[in-house]
Ligand binder design. Structure first.
Ligand SMILES: [Zn+2]
Ligand SMILES: [Zn+2]
Length: 173
């Protein structure tokens, strides 16, 4: 049975902003923190409250600046290992006397597809080997120094080193 489910985000509010390094754009960016009250829905009925969530969004690509949408490097290494393992297995798989022609064709395709996939994965890992982690880049991003709130233009008030907007309550982080 197909179950339609997902998450509703209620009472969306901007709570902070900062200079960030976007994991998706791979560029320094302005990020805004959005606070929502999330409720999981099943067949559009909000049934399971998930609580208050805070997420950082890149203002350039609108995606979460601290969450990389692609495959992470450790998983690519695991993929490379599995492809190499399957390459060996397919080449040593005995096919004499195999009656199922479809299966024999599949194995012959896999004999070439698995090593090809392994080569492409290894090439990709080598090409991206010097890609610095988001954390390293972040240390080179200067902190936000805005004097006015980017949402409502009210001058920010600095109290014990923390700047915040007296009008909408947004924090400069
Ligand atoms: Zn981005
Ligand atoms: Zn404001």
């Amino acid at each position: 049975m197909l179950i339609v489910h997902g998450t509703y985000a209620f009472s969306k509010k901007f709570t902070a902003f900062r200079n960030d390094f976007c994991a998706n754009c791979r560029l320094p960016c302005r990020a805004v923190q959005v606070r929502t009250f999330d409720v999981h829905h099943i067949f559009w009925l909000p049934l399971i409250p998930l609580g208050i969530k805070k997420r950082w969004y890149c203002t350039r690509c609108q995606r979460q600046s601290d969450v990389y949408a692609g495959t992470r490097r450790p998983f690519k290494w695991i993929g490379l290992f599995l492809l190499l393992l399957f390459s060996v297995l397919f080449w040593f798989m005995p096919l004499e006397g195999e009656q199922d022609r479809g299966f024999v064709i599949f194995i012959w395709v896999a004999k070439f597809a698995a090593p090809l996939g392994a080569i492409l994965t290894a090439w990709h890992l080598r090409r991206t080997r010097n890609q610095r982690a988001r954390k390293d880049w972040l240390s080179h991003v200067p902190p936000a120094d805005d004097a006015n709130c980017p949402f409502c233009r009210t001058p920010l008030i600095v109290l014990s080193g923390n700047a915040s907007c007296p009008s909408c309550g947004v924090l400069r982080l």
